[in-house]
Write a protein that binds this ligand. Structure first.
Ligand SMILES: [Zn+2]
Length: 408
């Protein structure tokens, strides 16, 4: 099984001659697609076969190679189908026209991406007897390892002065497990700090304030609209709030996963968050934030982005992570004199509370990976009061000390 996704990569400044070829081919391509659309409109063609028969040979006569001709037929077919689809649901639409941004369809056999030393080069076949055109690509570092997985129909297109190629990437779904030392990266989620990520050599904070303010802003608007019985406005706003939050979560998760790839054999440790709503008792405002917070989404995003990059993800029990001392394992509520501060009453260790949370999550991830996942069942009534020690103490084992995780 494969997952397919697209990456868009810029062509590194094509020469004048190649630029001319690109522009000319793009014009021809658009022209052919427009011919296909005109035929479909005039003769009420709908099926792929009919449109293919009407267009393919014209495309070949215009000098497109077989793969390009096939792609132009595909473009005409998909535009036609989209039009009839919209008509079916009774949208008022005019028959589509080719856009100037149509670009050039590259069939799977019409191109190849080859790595030569540190560069990636796109070879495009022009016709049967002429040599391939060679376009060096500007591949960002985060895409480099995906380049060998390019497979499928691609597309060349122009935006402004630059040319880009949109390449399909076929990713095998089975993640590979790597051996050797693991680097554990713990992610702690919270209200004040949206996310705190502990890397072996640094800590990354994502401030929760913008999200909090945005939530409050939308809640205020909602209240005002409801007062004036403008439910249509409420509905209209709902999507905006969700989109904003989704976008933020995408950015945060992308940054976390990208940074994780820089370490050797990274393992991301996340909190198992089911039932967070049952555990939190606070003010009305606080409860609304917890309930509507997109924690779940952030965790899902980190999970799928990490899986895509073959980074294993471990889930751990988050209970007590914010009040357990990462140095001596002492766990009590008194360890948190204020919301943001952590001070161990047993050993005197001090740090930011979010940082301590992330450290504890990292440590639990390591523990879970060595000893198998901990029992995630939550007995009713009995909550909290779980420290790093008990599991190890029961079996007579000593947990390793994660002093390297703790900055002095
Ligand atoms: Zn301590």
């Amino acid at each position: 099984m494969y997952n397919t996704e697209c990456v868009t990569v810029k062509l590194a400044n094509p020469t004048k001659c190649k630029r001319e070829w690109l522009e000319q081919t793009a014009n021809t391509f658009s022209h052919i697609v427009q011919i296909g659309l005109n035929m479909a409109k005039q003769e009420c063609l709908f099926s792929r076969v009919d449109i293919h028969n009407a267009v393919y040979h014209t495309a070949r006569d215009f000098g497109l190679n077989a793969e390009c001709a096939r792609m132009s037929v595909n473009a005409a077919v998909s535009l036609t189908h989209m039009y009839y689809g919209l008509r079916k649901v009774q949208k008022r639409v005019s028959f589509p026209k080719v856009r100037s941004s149509q670009g050039i369809g590259l069939g799977v056999k019409a191109y190849k991406v080859v790595q030569s030393k540190s560069r990636f080069i796109l070879f495009v076949s022009v016709s049967k007897n002429s040599p391939h055109l060679r376009f060096p690509l500007c591949v960002p570092n985060r895409y480099r390892y995906r380049m060998p997985l390019v497979y499928g129909d691609a597309k060349l297109f122009q935006r402004g002065h630059d040319w880009y190629v949109s390449l399909p990437i076929r990713i095998p779904q089975t993640p590979t497990v790597c051996d050797g030392e693991h680097t554990f990266i713990g992610v702690d989620l919270g209200i004040v700090k949206h996310a705190t990520v502990s890397f072996p050599d640094k800590v990354l904070f994502f401030n929760g304030k913008p999200a909090r303010q945005k939530r409050e802003h939308f809640a205020n608007l909602r209240r005002r609209y409801q007062k004036h019985h403008r439910l249509d406005r409420v509905r209209q706003r709902k999507g905006k709030e969700t989109n904003w939050m989704t976008d933020l979560n995408h950015k945060i998760s992308r940054q976390i996963v990208d940074l994780s790839t820089l370490y050797s054999n990274p393992v991301i440790v996340l909190e198992q968050l089911d039932g967070i709503r049952n555990h939190v008792h606070g003010s009305k405002k606080f409860n609304r934030m917890i309930a509507s917070w997109a924690f779940r989404q952030l965790i899902d995003f980190i999970n799928y982005k990490a899986t895509r990059e073959n980074i294993p993800v471990v889930f751990c029990d988050p209970r007590g992570t914010s009040k357990t001392c990462p140095k001596c394992g002492h766990s009590t509520r008194s360890n948190r004199p204020t919301q943001s501060q952590f001070r161990c009453v047993a050993c005197g260790y001090q740090a930011s509370a979010d940082y301590v949370g992330a450290c504890n999550i990292t440590a639990r991830g390591l523990y879970a990976l060595v000893h198998g996942p901990s029992d995630m069942a939550r007995p009713q009534g009995q909550t909290e009061e779980i420290s790093l020690q008990p599991d190890g103490a029961q079996t007579g084992e000593q947990l390793p000390v994660y002093s390297n995780l703790v900055s002095s």
